[in-house]
Design a protein. Structure first.
Length: 111
């Protein structure tokens, strides 16, 4: 099993590595690094979107699998309900509201 981590941007960035063999994404953690404000619960909230992009394709509404999920400041969104199997060249991409505020770590296993 392997892991890959990166910071998200406000435009889609690849969050899974480019692999030469099939792989299954087992879990993705999206951690909002903003500091919570007890007086304003929505301050620092980030929206994340995730795309499952086939080899040779680009991010679009057609391959978006998570759409604008709110992640409160200081909170983590975990995506682990199903396994996502990628073939060589396939990638998972993600974006958030503001660049540099959300870190993502994925765990995957090659099959």
């Amino acid at each position: 099993m392997s892991i890959s981590s990166t910071l998200l941007s406000n435009t889609p960035v690849a969050i899974s590595p480019s692999l030469s063999q099939d792989a299954a994404i087992t879990v993705m953690f999206f951690c909002n690094q903003n500091i919570p404000d007890p007086l304003d619960p929505l301050a620092g909230q980030e929206l994340i979107s995730v795309y499952a992009v086939a080899s040779g394709d680009t991010t679009s509404l057609t391959n978006r699998v998570v759409n604008d999920v709110p992640v409160d400041a200081g909170d983590t969104f975990t995506f682990s309900a199903e396994r996502l199997v990628l073939s060589p060249g396939d990638r998972v991409w993600a974006e958030t509201t503001n660049a540099g505020n959300v870190s993502v770590t994925i765990s995957y296993v090659t099959i």
